[in-house]
Ligand binder design. Structure first.
Ligand SMILES: Nc1nc(=O)c2c([nH]1)NC[C@@H]1CN(c3ccc(C(=O)N[C@@H](CCC(=O)O)C(=O)O)cc3)C=[N+]21
Length: 299
């Protein structure tokens, strides 16, 4: 048996279309245009590509996009001043500060200076706490995208065994919280976990978010399990010298022979992350204006 490939690109188009339709309605009925501000400090080429993609996608769904590119030696005070300005700007409903930040900037401090209602990354400690206690919050984009694909595939997640491999604040921990809220039995596995392969092999759902290229192979996957691959790793191309290749944390070729469904890399979780950023910006805009929230686009 070979797995159903969960097409994140196609799914993301569906999400973006829903967002675009809702944005059009907001414009017509309420004369409101949701706005997303993206802050990039420094000139990391990968970050520039992401920020550029976010900008294009934001415009495509009819939202306002405000890009703020700051030099790599920007002081913490200047960055905090910009965030303060965006916090107080009524045309900005979502603020994303691209991570990682240069070393001289305190990431936690910067993230926690974003007003929680505009924190479309869901990284602010208030949003983390709200999610952890099952209250309404902004939910991190990557785990939200994974949840949408899982719900779509399974219908209900209630009672399923889920293993999240990786314990990061941006993916692993919020993913585990979301799955728990959908009544999965959740295990968070990491580099010190004993019998990690066996643990994964007994799971109905494996979410891989470790950042190690192709670490999770087919023998870690139970027959018919759903595999969500969050990893985005650039490795040297196996056959073409001087070229690189994008792979996930899952060894796709062997895992797809065991899994019931699996997300590819690229074209899986990545496109959903950007789609969920747009969904979160729309949600933040609706909440800010006391309007009904979009259906099916929140956790
Ligand atoms: N504050 C903050 N929020 C983020 O959400 C955030 C961030 N910082 N820093 C960097 C990471 C990375 N990230 C990606 C989004 C989309 C793709 C994506 O669409 N990937 C394509 C492939 C793109 C390619 O070819 O390189 C895919 O998987 O199909 C990847 C990575 C968001 N991030």
């Amino acid at each position: 048996m070979t797995a159903k490939i969960i097409d994140g690109k196609e799914f993301a188009v569906r999400v973006r279309t829903k967002v675009a339709n809702h944005v059009a309605r907001l414009k017509e009925e309420n004369h409101i245009v949701p706005g997303l501000a993206v802050v990039l400090v420094g000139e990391d080429p990968a970050s520039e590509v992401y920020v550029r993609n976010k900008h294009i996608s934001t415009i495509e769904v009819g939202m306002n996009s405000f890009e703020h590119k700051l030099p790599v030696d920007t002081s913490e005070a200047d960055l905090l001043a910009l965030i303060d300005q965006l916090n107080n700007d009524p045309s900005v409903h979502g603020i994303l500060c691209q991570l990682p930040l240069p070393n001289h900037l305190n990431e936690e401090l910067v993230i926690n200076s974003i007003i929680p209602s505009k924190d479309v990354d869901g990284f602010h400690i208030s949003n983390v706490g709200l999610l952890g206690t099952g209250q309404k919050s902004m939910v991190p984009c990557t785990p939200l995208g994974c949840l949408m694909m899982l719900r779509d595939h399974h219908g209900s997640l209630s009672g399923l065994n889920a293993v999240v491999v990786g314990r990061s604040n941006i993916v692993g921990k919020p993913m585990a919280n979301l799955l728990l809220r959908d009544s999965c039995t959740v295990t968070i596995a990491h580099s010190r976990t004993k019998n990690i392969e066996e643990l994964c092999a007994n799971a109905d759902i494996v979410v891989a978010a470790v950042g190690r290229p192709e670490m999770i192979t087919g023998d870690w996957i139970g027959k018919g399990a759903t595999v969500i691959d969050v990893g985005i790793n650039r490795i040297p191309h196996p056959t073409i010298e001087g070229k690189s290749k994008l792979v996930g944390d899952v060894d796709f070729e062997t895992a797809k022979e065991k899994a019931g469904a699996i997300t590819p890399v690229p074209g899986g979780v990545g496109p959903m992350t950007i789609a969920c950023l747009l969904a979160n910006t729309l949600t933040a805009c609706c909440r800010a204006n006391g309007l009904e929230e979009p259906e099916g686009l929140t956790a």
